[in-house]
Write a protein that binds this ligand. Sequence first.
Ligand code: HEM
Length: 139
Amino acid sequence: MASRERPGSAMQQQTSRTPYELLGGEPGVAALVARFYKLMDEDPAFAALRRMHAANLAPMRDKLGDWLAGWAGGPQRYHDRPDATCIGRAHAPYAIDRAMRDQWLACMFRALDEVQAPAEAQVRLRPPLAAMAEMLRNR
Ligand code: HEM
């Protein structure tokens, strides 16, 4: 950083952008979630993960979009939903072993690549997503 730059300079503001902003805000998160479920629906590599989900993925697109937006530093819509639940409890009914954890992560990481999420968003989102998926593993 140049010596005359002070806190609050353009440089500082750039590095403090939230992952939500880096993804492109609302339309960016919507595109990411749509790509995630499209991949899950269509790619045989994710068939086992797909089978765990309901036939209609539309409500999940909506829920995951709300959850991810808040988690990535955007509006906290998920917790205001009447059907909000704690993320651990939401996954308790499903058998999540290492293979399912990895399928979920592979699907999300491919979605991040395919919507061309910028490198900084990828670097800030991938490790905590991996930690979260591991936390949800129950087998
Ligand atoms: C970072 C990791 C993950 C995040 C952030 C995440 C997020 C979510 C969210 C927000 C919901 C909706 C909860 C609700 O309000 O009902 C959900 C549902 C679900 N998740 Fe995850 N999840 C993750 C990992 C996984 C993994 C590893 C699996 C592996 C099986 C999985 C399988 C499911 C299933 C089966 C549902 C219910 C879908 C349905 O009812 O159609 N999730 N997840």
